[in-house]
Design a protein around this ligand. Structure first.
Ligand SMILES: [Zn+2]
Ligand SMILES: [Zn+2]
Length: 248
């Protein structure tokens, strides 16, 4: 399949999803979320527990033995979260301004606007969820102290809805295409899986390196799970640095 055929296939598939019954669209959206979560998490577990240790690459961060009950509980919560995120994604059918973006420039400015919005939204909601009146909705995620890739969406249903509201809220401000939303959403899900991998691929990289100073990585997010009141950011540390909640 060439690039043009692939784009045509994506356009046709997304158009069909836009036009099908809401029940069918919910089922497809839930399957999409589950596939990204399970395949992303499965590959993460395989790489960090088998492939990279066998290659002598990097090291596990928290070496507490992983209990099967924890994995089962995380998967149960993750399934409910995918089901709810699939439901909220039905709103895209009304809020998106088409199936594919118009041109490269549109892609770039929408991407920049979304990065700014997502940084602010994810940081603000995460900090609010740590407030004593709301922490009960976030405690499910913090049950995983020794995190696994499947901890990524092991969240309370209310937290799943808060995460799922990211795109509808952004689309109310700046409409963008369904293709862009699907791509950014899948990337965001895989990024969440990555920061819960409990694996430092490059332990010799200095804390002073720009990459470690700017990007949220598994060691950084692990401090959030063990200490609680630091490192609230999602993909990067900008908001943590601005609001002085950054910990190396
Ligand atoms: Zn938290
Ligand atoms: Zn986490």
């Amino acid at each position: 399949m060439g690039l043009i055929e692939l784009i045509n296939w994506v356009e046709l598939t997304l158009t069909r999803w836009m036009e099908m019954s809401w029940v069918g669209a919910w089922v497809i959206a839930t399957i999409f979320h589950l596939l990204v979560y399970l395949i992303g998490g499965g590959i993460g577990l395989w790489l960090t527990r088998q492939v990279w240790p066998a290659m002598g690459l990097g090291q596990e961060i928290d070496q507490t033995p992983l209990k099967t009950e924890q994995l089962v509980s995380e998967l149960k919560n993750g399934f409910v979260a995918c089901f709810l995120m699939g439901w909220v994604s039905l709103s895209y059918r009304h809020l998106c301004d088409g199936v594919l973006p118009g041109d490269g420039l549109t892609v770039l400015w929408q991407l920049a606007a979304f990065v700014v919005f997502n940084n602010a939204y994810s940081y603000a909601t995460h900090r609010l969820l740590h407030h004593r009146s709301l922490i009960r909705f976030h405690a499910v995620h913090h049950r995983s102290r020794r995190v696994t890739p499947f901890s990524s969406y092991s969240v309370h249903p209310i937290e799943a809805l808060i995460i799922a509201a990211t795109f509808p809220l952004f689309l109310l401000l700046i409409p963008m295409s369904l293709g862009m939303v699907a791509l950014l959403h899948a990337f965001g899900m895989l990024y969440t899986v990555c920061i819960h991998c409990n694996y430092d691929v490059w332990p010799t990289l200095s804390d002073e390196h720009w990459f470690k100073k700017l990007i949220n990585h598994p060691t950084y997010h692990r401090y959030h799970h063990t200490l609680g009141n630091v490192n609230f950011g999602f993909t990067n540390r900008v908001m943590d640095i601005l609001f002085k909640t950054n910990k190396n």
